[in-house]
Ligand binder design. Structure first.
Ligand SMILES: C[S@@+](CC[C@H](N)C(=O)[O-])C[C@H]1O[C@@H](n2cnc3c(N)ncnc32)[C@H](O)[C@@H]1O
Length: 252
């Protein structure tokens, strides 16, 4: 079990239930458009955190299981489940790279904003493929900067949150998914105008470190600078940030 992940997320769990990126209606609609849930589906949302993605799927499927390695994140999900009297969600502690489920259990597999923490991407994708039923789909959303920006953001990501391992580009995603046996149906990236301060606050980064890491982004050169296009608006740093939106099919 990745202890580093748990020690990073446990103290900040409540932030993820209200984070603009993670909890916004627009971003969750994006998941629904990509995942295309069906009413009879048993869905699995991996690295569910406080359950944002699982809660978005719940009204459109039979049942959702949200799995995460950090108990404190699932405690938030359980609190929200109780407050809203949601009946068709369950929460399971587990590791994306060794899922506690039998082969071909799920009609839909989703994972969002988490694979960049996984030490072994091939193992996580093998597990996604294994637990998904044949002729069904999986949706993957994760940070996916273009190559030059990734080199700058990598330093920022690791120092902001040492449980960050690596972001993949969208081409790397497609290659890894095909290797795991999936047919890639759609693989795009979209760019967001990123609120740097909120990103730092989600992980409770100390102000002096947040200032230093802002300097790393603002000092980007060449293609990385063009891609990140950092700008100060009313003193707040904004820059580009990218996610891949990938839909993959397990052949029947
Ligand atoms: C940014 S949060 C997740 C956000 C959530 N998916 C959403 O859409 O709002 C990242 C989550 O990944 C979880 N995580 C990291 N590595 C994991 C692993 N190997 N297995 C399961 N969960 C993991 C962390 O505990 C954390 O809750």
């Amino acid at each position: 079990m990745p202890d580093d992940v748990r020690s990073r997320f446990a103290p900040v769990a409540a932030n993820y239930a209200r984070s603009t990126f993670h909890a916004s209606t627009e971003r969750l609609q994006e998941v629904l458009d990509l995942a295309k849930p069906r009413p009879g589906d048993l869905a699995l949302d991996v690295a569910t955190g406080t359950g944002n993605t699982a809660f978005a799927l719940a009204p459109y499927v039979r049942r959702v299981i949200g799995l995460d390695v950090t108990r404190e994140m699932l405690d938030q999900a359980r609190r929200i489940t109780a407050e809203n009297a949601i009946k068709n969600v369950d929460w399971v502690i587990g590791d994306a790279m060794a899922l506690p489920f039998q082969d071909e259990t799920f009609d839909l597999y989703t994972v969002r904003a988490a694979p960049h923490h996984f030490a072994d991407v091939d193992a996580f994708l093998r597990e996604a493929f294994r637990v998904l039923k044949r002729d069904r789909d999986a949706a993957f959303i994760d940070c996916a900067p273009p190559a030059a920006a990734r080199e700058v953001l990598h330093e920022v990501e690791v120092r902001r949150d040492p449980s960050h391992v690596r972001s993949l580009t969208v081409d790397e995603w497609a290659e890894r998914l095909e290797r795991a046996g999936f047919d890639v149906e759609l693989a795009t990236i979209r760019e967001l105008d990123w609120d740097y301060d909120e990103w730092m606050k989600n992980m409770a980064v100390a102000p002096h470190l947040a200032d230093e890491l802002a300097g790393v982004i603002e000092a980007a050169q060449g293609d990385a600078l063009t891609q990140l296009h950092p700008v100060r608006r009313e003193g707040r740093l904004r820059h580009a940030y990218w996610h891949c939106l990938v839909r993959a099919h397990k052949r029947g």
